[in-house]
Design a protein around this ligand. Structure first.
Ligand code: B12
Length: 233
């Protein structure tokens, strides 16, 4: 694609450009006039964003292959670097502006996801998907000057409302999952302890692992460890 977005096929073309990297077009948000929206590269306000992310371990093979090909394995934040390596060329090809979840000023990725995909927050703070559970995240978003074709967000039933026993609330060995929100300090201290090294650090966050929704999409072991190591930094 070499020009601005004009065709209804843009979403199919976007899906095709992202697929080799295991990145999915997760949904679209169209902004009304005057609504808070991100700024495009040319200083104008975006009319739409396309949300890009992973579903289960979809990005892991491409990311791991890229990382293993580099002498420094992508540096201190390799997944953030890889996301840019993959998404920035797509943004250029589609005349869009790329935003990344880790880049300040933080764009409201979760608000966009709630709007575009009808997702709801789990007690952990992570949005839960009815099919993929907690095993999903965002690698970037593309801002466009035009509205994009979009369907109304699905009105999912909130999986946590019907969860028997809510095991995520009682599985955190650091008591970091409180009704008031996730507490990063006890989580990080636990990850550094012997118990944490052998538990959450080795096999992934025990509270996240305890969620029964989308268990088939749980990240592969290497990816679980990667995210815990990043969180403990
Ligand atoms: C700062 C941050 C954190 C901080 C939270 C500090 C805080 N109290 O807000 C810390 C370091 C604790 C954190 C941890 C994790 N995070 Co985080 N985080 C972010 C980040 C970069 C900014 C959040 C923000 O302020 N946004 C700005 C406001 C304007 O956006 P918003 O959509 O309106 O904000 C929502 C969030 O702030 C959310 N929120 C509030 N408190 C918390 C606490 C946690 C733990 C989370 C996840 C969200 C959350 O509620 C707001 C309203 O919906 C976002 C990316 C982003 N740009 O949003 C990722 C993001 C929210 N994190 C994400 C994830 C996956 C995690 C981890 C699981 C990562 C890991 N390595 O394990 C852990 C959670 C651990 C656990 N057991 O639950 C994902 C969530 C994906 C999803 N499906 O919802 C995001 C979107 C990043 C991504 N690449 O996809 N995170």
């Amino acid at each position: 694609m070499t020009g601005p977005v004009t065709s209804n096929d843009v979403l199919s073309e976007l899906r095709a450009a992202l697929a080799p990297h295991g990145v999915f077009l997760r949904g679209v948000v169209n902004f009304a006039d005057g609504e808070a929206a991100p700024t495009l590269g040319d200083g104008k306000v975006a009319r739409s964003v396309a949300l890009l992310g992973n579903v289960g371990g979809s990005i892991w093979p491409a990311f791991d292959h890229w990382r293993n090909s580099l002498p420094d394995r992508g540096g201190e934040h390799p997944l953030d670097v890889w996301s840019k390596v993959v998404i920035e060329p797509v943004a250029r090809a589609f005349c869009a502006t790329a935003y990344f979840p880790s880049d300040p000023p933080w764009q409201p990725f979760q608000q966009w996801a709630m709007r575009a995909e009808g997702l709801k927050a789990s007690p952990l703070g992570i949005l839960i998907h009815p099919q993929y559970g907690l095993w999903n995240g965002y690698r970037g978003a593309l801002g466009f000057a035009q509205a994009l074709p979009s369907a109304a967000a699905p009105n999912h039933r909130h999986p946590c409302d019907h969860c028997p026993g809510k095991p995520c609330l009682s599985s955190c060995p650091a008591q970091a999952v409180l009704p008031s929100g996730f507490q990063i300090a006890p989580c990080r201290a636990h990850l550094k302890s012997m118990e944490g090294q052998g538990g959450c650090m080795a096999g992934g966050c025990l509270a996240r692992n305890a969620c029964p929704v989308g268990a088939a999409y749980r990240y592969p072991a290497q990816q679980l460890h990667f995210h815990m190591a990043s969180l403990s930094l």
